[in-house]
Design a protein around this ligand. Structure first.
Ligand SMILES: N[C@@H](CCC(=O)N[C@@H](CS)C(=O)NCC(=O)O)C(=O)O
Length: 212
């Protein structure tokens, strides 16, 4: 199986996380940000993640990929899900985007491995969100807006090794968002969020991305 991804992409990280929890090796291809041709050739549009199964069939939806991977052998994502966690994930995404999108461009990630790829990202994100430097200058307010959402999550976390006490799809919803938020230097996770982030990243064998 081969996963096409961007290193910074939290949705791609869902799939990598599921594979790591299953101790299943995924071949990975990091697509250059401006390499729309590779994505279009595989699935007819510009999107990642793309999981190409061993039979050559591509999958397009990350949660389907997670379900597919978890269904190989004994499933591990068998715990209960809570609607409060999904709701929390939805608000955390909204509050982290203005912090994380302007920073990914600074991290030297492989999808930005050429000047053209990096500029392609900056131009696209500027159209969607505004000037990235101006956004970074608003870091303090953006962190202040995010903290209450992380505190809500903090109150919901049941164990450092599973947000609901037993691994579930909610962990797949939450951990990739924390990995993204952790690129923000100066953002301090509340205690249970920090313990969960550190324990889960260690469990799946991933280092956090650099923080800037
Ligand atoms: N429904 C898809 C959504 C995937 C998605 O939104 N991917 C983003 C990742 S950055 C994307 O490909 N955006 C288009 C782009 O970067 O041009 C899934 O969950 O797998």
């Amino acid at each position: 199986m081969r996963l096409y991804l961007f290193e910074h992409c939290s949705i791609c990280f869902r799939v990598r996380m599921a594979a790591a929890l299953k101790r299943l090796h995924l071949q990975e291809t990091v697509v250059l940000e401006d390499d729309s041709d590779t994505m279009t050739r595989l699935v007819g549009k510009r999107v990642v993640p793309i999981l190409v199964k061993d039979d050559g069939q591509p999958m397009l939806e990350s949660m389907d990929m997670v379900g597919y991977i978890d269904g190989l052998g004994d499933p591990v994502l068998t715990g209960p899900q809570r609607s409060e966690i999904a709701a929390c994930a939805d608000t955390i995404v909204v509050k982290t985007v203005p912090l994380t999108w302007p920073r990914y461009a600074l991290l030297g990630l492989p999808e930005f491995g050429t000047v053209a790829a990096l500029d392609h990202y900056v131009v696209r994100k500027r159209k969607q969100l505004g000037d990235l430097v101006e956004l970074r200058a608003k870091t303090r307010e953006q962190i202040d807006a995010l903290i209450p959402e992380l505190e809500k999550l903090d109150r919901l976390i049941e164990s450092p090794l599973a947000v609901n006490g037993k691994l579930s799809l909610d962990d797949i919803r939450i951990l990739p968002l924390l990995r993204s938020a952790a690129v923000v230097k100066g953002l301090r996770f509340p205690q249970k969020v920090r313990e969960y982030f550190e324990a889960m990243m260690e469990r799946i064998g991933y280092q956090p991305l650099p923080a800037v």
